[in-house]
Design a protein around this ligand. Structure first.
Ligand code: ASP
Length: 652
């Protein structure tokens, strides 16, 4: 039995999306990562001898007890039983003496949970089901117990049955019975296990829990506030264990990690949740390259064995290069269509808005080339691209269609001189039927716009059948050399941190800190996967004076809020650095899920609600009294305003 099991558990294979039977079939084949040495005992301590998905011809004649949910029943003769491990066919006895067993199995509604005991027999010749891993056998039932009946379901437990996300979240416990959710959560658990193994067993990290009830941290995301019984005093939920992990370094716990729950009071988006999980790491006596190698090894070690292996080291790109070529700090490097600066081609242009742009400081002309855009982009696509640029960036975008013999079709075609045209073809490597999108303006703004259009056009091309981004490809990238500070959007005279205020300046730029802080690069690094930021970290400031200067003088923060950390840095704080990997986003990309909610057992809705339990919920005024707080109910117009600030996503 053990050797056949070991053949089964070869690596968690991805469920296919064809039919439920096939999905369960492929899912049942294996449940552990290939490098896991011990085969887990799936039926120890419980009222079953085997799982539904594991029985084969090698089990013929064995007496088994199975527990599972009723998936199908046919002609009151066959019943298909399901558990997390697969499906098995059960023969409902027809003889008089087993009338009570027949009654239980025929009358229990679908999705009722039953226990059956019987013998593994082979299916009659010609009735084997090759699509089902257990398709050669069936169970001749002797006894059956209805463990619990199922009332009428709000939706069928079949992945191919369409249901709204709101309904799925409302009945999450039923949604979790589906193959895809089972797969996602089990794979997540296995990858985390491997990460723990890599960090603790192979590299001596210590898994340490840090508090969830904490205090407000200056800067960064909005925090959730928790009332306390002391009048006017509040805890905050931590955005991350950042301060604690640094304090652990001061405490001599020089290799820390935690699967940490973090909280940010921001609206949900496909890749955001108000509470989310990070693989949080910190090390003493480390430099940027040390952290990067650790993470590359961690991902390589924990990567599912049925995916292409992770190739290390990951490529690296500076922030400046990412912005210039991809218009973002999280470039999707799976495809080209890079932004090209064509300012030099147009120094003598007669086109007014191009001239205008070039005459301004930081003024540039940029373009992207959409291969075969003429074939795939419709006129209305181009119109909506131009409208998007005007509405969101206050920018003009000119489309240029490259016709045969290097002829241009564009509102500016007649102003493009021959050598400019040839230069464009050379710089953008354009070919017939390509479309060039051109814009002019301040460097960052022009790049950001074209970065967005690049992704938009990629989506459009893919919607029309062009394969640009191979779904099997995982393209990791380090983005490095970020500026330490960005000008604040609402007041560009003031600075805010690009990562967080504990990030150390780049050693070669430190001299600018006291004169031109906006010129200082940092020792901050982000990990990007397929265009999503899945991690970020930095080498930290371990010098109390420098930390104080940055907080108080550059960022104008209230240092009193961080006096504990500043003080700790004065007591022999070692040099240290770390990183946090966003586990939900990582799992979302690994499983190909459309949203991070699909890799979280009980996620919040778009509006941050738990649709199952209805949290957040109101509390009677008398229960608020111990906290010395009162609700100040918004007026109608305030309610309207706040719903405009947090646009509703239909939840039911
Ligand atoms: N605490 C940081 C974050 O959550 C990560 C780090 O710097 O280690 O982004």
């Amino acid at each position: 039995m053990f050797c056949s099991l070991s053949r089964l558990y070869r690596g968690l294979s991805r469920p296919t999306r064809r039919t439920t039977q096939l999905i369960w079939g492929s899912f049942s084949r294996s449940l552990v990562l290939s490098s896991q040495r011990r085969i887990p005992e799936l039926s120890s301590f419980v009222a079953r001898t085997n799982t539904c998905g594991e029985l084969r011809s090698s089990h013929l004649g064995q007496e088994v007890t199975l527990c599972g949910w009723i998936q199908y029943r046919r002609q009151n003769i066959f019943l298909v039983l399901r558990d997390f491990h697969g499906l098995v066919q059960v023969i409902i006895p027809q003889d008089e003496s087993a009338a009570s067993v027949k009654k239980i199995l025929c009358e229990a509604p679908m999705e009722s949970v039953v226990q059956v005991s019987g013998t593994v027999i082979s299916r009659p010749p010609g009735q084997e089901n090759p699509k089902m891993p257990t398709g050669e056998i069936e169970i001749k039932v002797k006894t059956a117990k209805l463990l619990n009946s199922c009332k009428k379901l709000p939706f069928e437990i079949k992945d191919f049955v369409k249901k709204t996300e709101a309904l799925r979240l409302r009945y999450r416990y039923l949604d979790l019975r589906g193959v895809q959710m089972q797969y996602n959560l089990r794979l997540r658990s296995q990858m985390v296990m491997k990460m723990r193994e890599y960090l603790c067993n192979l590299h001596g990290f210590v898994d340490i829990e840090t508090p969830t009830l904490f205090k407000r941290t200056p800067g960064g995301a909005k925090e959730f506030v928790i009332p306390s019984r002391e009048p006017g005093k509040f805890y905050s939920l931590p955005q991350s264990p950042q301060q604690f992990k640094q304090l652990l370094m001061v405490g001599g716990l020089d290799r820390y990690f935690q699967v940490a729950r973090c909280y940010r009071d921001e609206g949900s988006r496909p890749d955001r949740q108000p509470e989310f999980t990070q693989i949080d790491i910190e090390m003493s006596f480390v430099e940027q390259t040390g952290i990067q190698s650790l993470i590359e090894g961690l991902l390589q070690y924990s990567w599912p064995s049925d995916r292409d292996p992770v190739v290390v080291p990951f490529p690296s790109m500076t922030f400046a290069e990412a912005l210039a070529s991809y218009g973002t700090d999280k470039p999707d490097t799976r495809f080209g269509m890079k932004i090209v600066d064509i300012s030099d081609m147009f120094r003598n242009t007669e086109v007014g808005f191009l001239q205008d742009a070039l005459s301004k400081p930081q003024g540039t002309i940029k373009a992207i080339c959409i291969p075969e855009g003429e074939k795939y982009l419709k006129r209305k696509d181009i119109e909506s691209i131009r409208k998007f640029a005007a509405d969101h960036f206050n920018q003009e975008v000119l489309p240029i269609f490259l016709k045969t013999n290097n002829n241009w079709n564009s509102p500016v075609a007649k102003f493009i001189m021959e050598e400019q045209g040839l230069g464009l073809i050379r710089l953008l490597e354009t070919q017939e039927e390509d479309v060039v999108l051109l814009t002019a303006g301040e460097h960052k703004k022009a790049c950001s716009l074209l970065g967005k259009l690049r992704l938009e056009c990629a989506d459009l091309l893919e919607a029309r059948g062009v394969v640009l981004r191979d779904p099997a490809l995982f393209s990791f990238l380090w983005v490095v050399d970020f500026p330490l500070f960005f000008p604040k959007e609402e007041n560009p005279e003031e600075l805010e941190t690009a990562h967080h205020p504990f990030t150390a300046p780049h050693p070669s730029d430190i001299h600018h800190l006291y004169t031109e802080p906006q010129k200082v690069r940092s020792q901050h690094y982000d990990l990007v996967l397929n265009g999503s930021e899945i991690g970020g970290g930095s080498i930290r400031i371990h010098d109390a004076e420098l930390q104080h200067y940055i907080l108080a003088t550059v960022l104008k923060e209230d240092v009193k809020l961080l006096s504990h950390l500043l003080q700790a840095l004065e007591y022999g704080a070692p040099p240290h650095g770390g990183i946090a990997i966003g586990l939900d986003r990582l799992m979302c990309l690994v499983t190909g899920a459309p949203s991070i909610r699909d890799v979280i057992a009980f996620p919040k809705s778009f509006q941050g609600h738990d649709l199952m339990s209805n949290a957040p919920d109101s509390i009677p005024p008398e229960e608020l009294k111990p906290y010395h707080i009162q609700v100040s109910w918004p007026t109608d117009s305030e309610t309207k305003k706040s719903s405009l600030n947090h646009p509703c996503h239909p939840e039911s």
